[in-house]
Design a protein around this ligand. Structure first.
Ligand code: AMP
Length: 218
């Protein structure tokens, strides 16, 4: 399996899709947001700074991310392909990532770009619930992604909560950051001939979106 980069604005459902691809194709799902949340919750010297910046929706320093990513990509489960969710998020990060790939002797693979209208992305962001223990993600607005029991994680039985950065103000900052920093990557990957675009529509279920993505994986 080729390595896959997912690029999408907040609220497009890239975490959900990356997880579905990971489960079906048996390759790890590596989310830099999750790597940072683990570091933030570890009580390390970076914890407080990460909490403040992530709660505002600001991007975290490139050196911190590349350090966490190098450690993760060096693990043996990445040898047969992996899915990157949330990285690279800027043109500078794409250059840093290319150096890392050279260092680790890995290929860039393909880039899946999930396009979505801003209002729809906001609506979906505000309905997201995550498990306070295992991090599983749910949506109160989707029959398919609702937990079986309201407020309780299907996977581990812990309480669900709203993520600290899922509110209209922080969404707006994250969306603007996406347009400014991440969107230029689309042209760059298109010029390399590795960009695959799908559009997320209002009535699409997670399975509908997955079907659109799968046409590029077969
Ligand atoms: P996510 O889970 O992808 O929505 O990311 C949550 C937060 O983690 C972002 O709003 C950023 O603060 C931080 N973050 C995740 N990935 C990156 C990245 N590649 N570069 C900088 N900050 C990141």
């Amino acid at each position: 399996m080729k390595n896959i980069i997912f690029i999408a604005p907040p609220g497009a459902g890239k975490g959900t899709q990356a997880k579905m691809v990971s489960e079906k194709y048996g390759i790890p799902h590596i989310s830099t947001g999750d790597l940072l949340r683990d570091e933030r919750n570890s009580g390390s010297e970076l914890s407080e700074m990460l909490k403040q910046e992530m709660d505002k929706g600001n991007l975290i320093d490139d050196n911190i991310i590349v350090h966490l990513l190098r450690e993760r990509l060096n693990k043996v489960d990445c040898n047969n392909g992996y899915i990157l969710d949330g990285y690279p998020r800027s043109v500078l990060q794409s250059k840093i990532y290319e150096d890392l790939l050279l260092e680790l002797n890995k290929e860039i693979g393909i880039v899946i770009y999930m396009d979505i209208d801003k209002d729809l992305a906001l609506e979906r962001t505000l309905s997201r619930l995550i498990c306070s223990s295992c991090g599983a993600s749910y949506s109160s607005a989707s029959l398919e992604l609702k937990p079986k029991i309201d407020g309780i994680c299907d996977r581990c039985g812990h309480m669900l909560r709203v993520r600290g950065d899922d509110n209209p103000e922080v969404f707006s900052n994250r969306f603007d950051t996406y347009l400014r920093e991440t969107k230029p990557l689309i042209d760059y990957y298109n010029s390399l001939g590795i960009l695959k675009t799908i559009t997320v529509l209002k009535n699409d279920t997670a399975q509908d979106v997955f079907n659109k993505i799968e046409q590029f994986l077969k």
